[in-house]
Design a protein. Structure first.
Ligand SMILES: Cc1cc2nc3c(=O)[nH]c(=O)nc-3n(C[C@H](O)[C@H](O)[C@H](O)COP(=O)(O)OP(=O)(O)OC[C@H]3O[C@@H](n4cnc5c(N)ncnc54)[C@H](O)[C@@H]3O)c2cc1C
Length: 597
């Protein structure tokens, strides 16, 4: 059979997590990577600011400080065993990337350069610490290119532009995946001993988002339909600085280099909300502060945006007021040329999309949907766990943004996602390869493509008059308004009703183009179905959680409630209905405290 393939390990997704997993799995097992995009077009390539590791190249720093900051940033919902594991592995992981040839920016004496980022602090003084290792503002691009080259060198088998649409589970273990070859429209069976999902996020649920068009949550939706629960889906991060109306990201690195947020009165308002770290508070804190400023009429011209100011005179003024120093102890002073060298792409984006030159003008920004803290539940080895007792499903793995380890808890710190990809991608790859050495292939069902075919036949034979893009826009708008930075029961009920209505309407979508070759219309309808199901799970998980924690801020329950809610949500998709369960948070050293920045 031409459309039948067999590998020990199949990796779904060719972003940072997928490539790292493939690189490690391929050292001992036959490995294939399936990706709906050409690998180097994965969203990892857009990551700007940096990857976090306590190298201490600029100033004193320790993996333990990184651990504590991540626990605190997670609003104590992160699992502390996994967080400690990640932060201690970080140093080695970054040096490993360096040895693979990643061209990091450098200090004057040739070491990997580092800069401050939100929520990363010196645990003694509480001040921001330089922990983000970066390659200008193209860190993700460099990671992706470096890992892709390493995978090619290691003879990983790539199936580019293959869209995975189903996972096969036999006898309670992973047996392979079903994929559509986009160039021909043909379905292929990939029989595998181990399957690793690394499909990225689902930020396309929201209207204003920094996420690529491809972030449609395929991985979580696929495994959920096969009985795997999703964890902590109510926690989605809104990044403070998206370009007004477009959502395109302006990295936190801008504030790391000294940029500040300014309201209509010309005030640096973060001083009020986070007196110690100010503009470098964690993202949930900054996004909420921006909403409050705008609600109280201090958006620019009364509108729904604020200014991000990185003009050298502003940076130098506030650096002097904050007493910021260079590593040699001299006052922190920057020039326009230095900012250009450190943030070239940002300067370019602002010129292209805003017509604004950030070295001489301020940039209009608003919070933008950015990162999925929730996803497919795993332990720290990337093994998927399927219930309240963390029972492992043999042969199934997940890593990267589609997974929930959980190291980010209720709110992720900047630079910790790229770190998550390389640490947990590596371990998922190692574990999957090891498992495949001792396991047999599961027997495939008589008709392995049946479930996937049913889904696509329903789309192709649909004969209503609904338009998919209208349904998509209605979802994005209600989710941004009602399940966004601030939430209420009333608003979320409205969103839930709407999303359910839209799921029904999607069944009556206008019959799509019947072609087979690169039929993106059919694929986009299927992806919209994924987004709608994940939107429903997100809203139901969020309605149930009657507290505010990290990225989940409820106006009707404004306080964190550790007595009742220091636990992870699990959501099962039961024949179109969502069922919720809960499991405890792993707490090792750090007892929950109030977060003060
Ligand atoms: C603009 C932007 C800037 C960011 N900056 C930073 C930063 O500076 N530091 C940081 O730590 N984090 C940053 N993040 C977050 C971080 O970049 C992402 O969380 C991370 O790159 C996700 O990597 P991944 O490997 O999980 O997924 P991706 O890199 O998105 O890869 C997903 C892969 O899955 C494939 N795929 C998806 N669905 C299917 C399917 N059905 N079938 C086959 N293949 C499929 C895609 O083709 C792709 O190859 C940023 C995010 C954005 C959006």
């Amino acid at each position: 059979m031409n459309n039948y393939h067999q590998f020990d390990v199949v990796v779904v997704g060719a972003g940072g997590a997928g490539l790292m997993a493939a690189l490690y799995a391929s050292k001992t097992a036959s490995t294939a990577v399936l990706s709906k995009l050409y690998p180097t077009r994965s969203h990892t390539g857009t990551a700007q600011g940096g990857v976090g590791a306590a190298l201490g190249n600029i100033e004193e720093d320790h993996p333990e400080w990184h651990t504590f900051d991540t626990v605190k940033g997670s609003d104590y919902l992160g699992d502390q065993d996994a967080i400690e594991f990640m932060c201690y592995e970080a140093v080695q992981a970054v040096y490993e990337l360096e040895h693979y040839g990643l061209p990091f920016s450098r200090t004057a004496d040739g070491r990997i350069a580092q800069r401050p980022f939100g929520g990363h602090t010196n645990n003694v003084t509480g001040k921001p610490v330089s922990r983000a290792c970066y390659a200008a503002d193209r860190t993700g691009h460099m990671i992706l290119q470096t890992l892709y080259q390493q995978c090619l060198k290691n003879n990983v088998n790539f199936f580019d532009e293959y869209q995975v649409v189903d996972v096969l589970i036999e006898n309670g273990a992973a047996a392979g995946v079903i994929a559509i070859e986009l160039a021909s429209g043909e379905m292929h069976v990939f029989h595998a001993k181990a399957v690793i999902f690394a499909t990225g996020g689902h930020g396309r649920i929201w209207e204003i988002t920094s996420n690529a068009y491809s972030f449609t949550g395929d991985g979580p939706a696929i495994v959920m339909r096969r009985g795997v629960p999703l964890e902590d889906m109510e926690f989605f991060q809104f990044h403070p600085t998206g370009i007004y109306r477009l959502g395109i990201l302006i990295t936190e690195g801008v504030r790391g280099e000294g940029g500040v947020l300014i309201n209509d009165k010309g005030e640096r308002f973060m001083e009020k909300y986070a007196p110690t770290v100010k503009d470098l508070a964690s993202r949930d804190v900054v996004s909420r502060a921006m909403y409050l400023e705008m609600r109280e009429g201090r958006g620019i011209g009364g509108k729904r945006y604020l200014y991000l100011d990185m003009r050298p005179e502003t940076v130098n003024k506030y650096a002097a007021l904050d007493g910021r120093k260079r590593p040699d102890g001299s006052p922190y002073v920057v020039t326009g040329e230095e900012l250009l060298a450190k943030l070239p792409d940002i300067v370019d984006f602002a010129r292209t999309y805003l017509g604004v030159d950030p070295v001489t003008q301020m940039m209009p920004v608003q919070p933008t949907a950015h990162y999925a803290m929730g996803g497919i539940p795993t332990n720290k080895y990337g093994e998927v766990v399927i219930d309240e007792k963390n029972t492992v499903m043999p042969g199934l793995y997940a890593a990267g943004e589609c997974a929930c380890v959980s190291v980010h808890g209720a709110n992720r710190l900047g630079t910790n996602s790229l770190l998550d990809l390389i640490v947990f991608g590596k371990h998922a790859g190692l574990r999957a390869a090891e498992y495949s050495q001792g396991a047999d292939f599961q027997k495939l069902p008589a008709d392995p493509t049946e479930f996937a075919r049913q889904q696509f036949e329903a789309i192709r034979n649909s004969d209503g008059d609904e338009k998919a893009y209208v349904i998509g826009n209605e979802m994005k708008s209600v989710m941004f308004d009602e399940v966004g930075v601030f939430r209420t029961e009333q608003g979320m009920n409205l969103a839930l009703e709407k999303v359910r209505e839209l799921r029904e309407r999607l069944k009556r979508v206008r019959r799509p183009d019947p072609g087979k070759i690169f039929n993106t219309e059919v694929i986009n309808i299927w992806e919209l179905g994924n987004l709608l199901e994940l939107a429903e799970v997100t809203t139901i998980s969020a309605l149930a959680r009657t507290e505010s924690r990290g990225g989940h801020a409820r106006e009707d329950y404004p306080k964190r409630d550790d007595a009742n809610w220091l636990k992870h949500t699990l959501a099962w998709w039961d024949h179109g209905q969502v069922r919720l369960g809960y499991k405890p948070v792993v707490i090792t050293k750090y007892q929950p405290k109030e977060r003060v920045y």
